[in-house]
Design a protein around this ligand. Sequence first.
Ligand SMILES: N[C@@H](CCC[C@H](N)C(=O)O)C(=O)O
Length: 302
Amino acid sequence: MLTMRKYHGLGNDYLVLSPAELAGPLGVADIRLICHRNYGVGSDGILLGPIMPGSEDFAAFCAEAGLNAADCAGVCCALRIYNPDGSEAEKSGNGLRIFSRWLHDRSLVGSAPFRLATLGGVVEVTIADPQQSITVAMGRATFWSDQIPVTGPRREVLNEELVLGGRTLRYCAASVGNPHCVVLWDGELSPAVAREYGPQLECAPCFPRRTNVQFMRVEDAHRVRIEIWERGAGYTLASGSSATAVAAVAMRLGYCQSPVTVSMPGGDLTVTAAADMMLRQTGPTALVCECRWFGRDGDQAF
Ligand SMILES: N[C@@H](CCC[C@H](N)C(=O)O)C(=O)O
């Protein structure tokens, strides 16, 4: 039996699961079942942590993430981030706020800034108010094709075109630790837009590791609106790494200046860019419930 807590950030919900609770490895089938909204608990993903410094798992995690001892100096712990399809994500903005809130709820961190290791790099977190205001320094955005990755000659992927279903889409690609494709959308924004084009872009051959997809409308110099299709999760109400990537694109193209408020169906996130281009996202978290998982009950397929 596993005890886990469910939280959400602007309607983007995650289950936090401690490795200490697990009897064995968490397999793809387990993740899919736990996240399933009919056959499982239901969530946009699983956060597996804390993975504590000094443990074998932490050493293996750092090797996989390409983090050396200097990168990890002073790191509080690491976490793994799973999508509902069982794939593993390098980073998640809402996931990092939620995991930080979980650490805070257990008195493992306080109001002093602390660092967390992800497969997409080390981030710094500051909790001003666990419910209303958690800030994550997400890192710097890159638009370079080999770092996202996007196929083809090495270039910054800005204002490129892709034809889908007879419609020409203009997009930029970025990585903030995980990959994003930001479509510059001039028409009416709706969930239907994300549901129609999102799945095709997520798996387009030019994104060898698939991609998260956002459809962006610029409202003014400090506000954009987006609809989101997440890699491995599908349509979601909010996404912190998406908001960060979108703000980076809007600033890079000269449409916006810091701070940028990113409006999503689930609510707003504020993204700032410092002089050194460090991107920080600030937003809320909410505790939903604690539940006990009894594992597979019979041979249910879905
Ligand atoms: N919801 C997240 C993003 C989660 C990971 C993403 N689906 C991926 O595969 O990269 C967020 O808040 O950033």
